[in-house]
Design a protein around this ligand. Sequence first.
Ligand SMILES: Cc1cc2nc3c(=O)[nH]c(=O)nc-3n(C[C@H](O)[C@H](O)[C@H](O)COP(=O)(O)O)c2cc1C
Length: 342
Amino acid sequence: MFYSLARPLLLALDPETAHNLTLKLSGLAALLAARPPACPVRAMGLEFPNPVGMAAGLDKHAEHVDALAALGFGFLELGGVTPRPQPGNPRPRMFRIPEANAIINRYGLNSVGVDRFVENLKSAKSRTLIGVNIGKNKDTPNENAADDYEACLEKLYPHVQYVTLNVSSPNTEGLRDLQDAAPLASLLARIRRKNERLRDRHGRNVAIALKIAPDLDDQQIRAIADAARRERVDGIVATNTTVSRAGVEHYANGFQTGGLSGAPLRERSTHVLRILSQALRNEIPLIGVGGILSGADAAEKLDAGAALVQVYSGLVYRGPELVSECVSACLARSRTASSASR
Ligand SMILES: Cc1cc2nc3c(=O)[nH]c(=O)nc-3n(C[C@H](O)[C@H](O)[C@H](O)COP(=O)(O)O)c2cc1C
């Protein structure tokens, strides 16, 4: 209701300004949004109050944790954050394509840096389950990328439940090459060893997830599943935005450089999930993200093998009510499944 009144105003603004304003207003929206029902899920060694999370990129600097938590998400994935501050690409760098319920962004991992990020996170009061999406700085060569991921993991460790290794943003040159077999195996091995040392030091475990691109063929997806299994990754987030323009090529802004998200990504992203699910057979929990604009879309990700889901573009087009709608759909699906198994 609140969002349907505010939506025409927000859509009239420049997308980045509207995005920042929406985040500022999210505390107010939380007062008006329906609280989702409980739908507990256990995954990655963690207890989630419900399976619907906020996707990375919406609160890049951990500045709105309490307001976002009040919207009823089961978990928040904050960031992407990089070790050192960096400005990202020049504006404009976010473009809406409302006719297709889509967004193209080329933010380029703008970040306040992990030290400021941790200070922001420490000032949050809510006890929501927190994951943080981590990346490498633009000027760090891929050979040294593991140092950047290690640095972020170490500084975030006492404050988070899981960390996602982002090797799939299309807006940092060369980042997605880290998904290739050799660099991925070496990155995952470094992070596993670092995580073991940090676990001993802190006396608690932080789960490690890997976020992959939708622009991979089935063989590449299976190779990533194998590498993740070998290095005992705790979760795989599928997927990031796509460089494909299928479905938006005829719209204004459809030509913009960057990653495409929203409805046109849904099928491709669900396909990636299915291939992972066939390859892994429940050995590693999957987080389905890409084009969820309704409860039915969220249920489709669970049917394809996801334990958890995340939303970003759907929030822009549907507003915070989408969270309750998705949780209710997941709950209805799990009730149907448990009565069928009786
Ligand atoms: C403006 C914007 C910024 C994003 N920033 C990040 C990021 O920093 N790290 C990341 O892994 N994904 C990032 N994403 C990708 C989303 O987390 C998500 O994977 C993608 O948008 C697909 O989900 P959706 O169709 O629900 O939007 C960003 C997406 C958008 C639209």
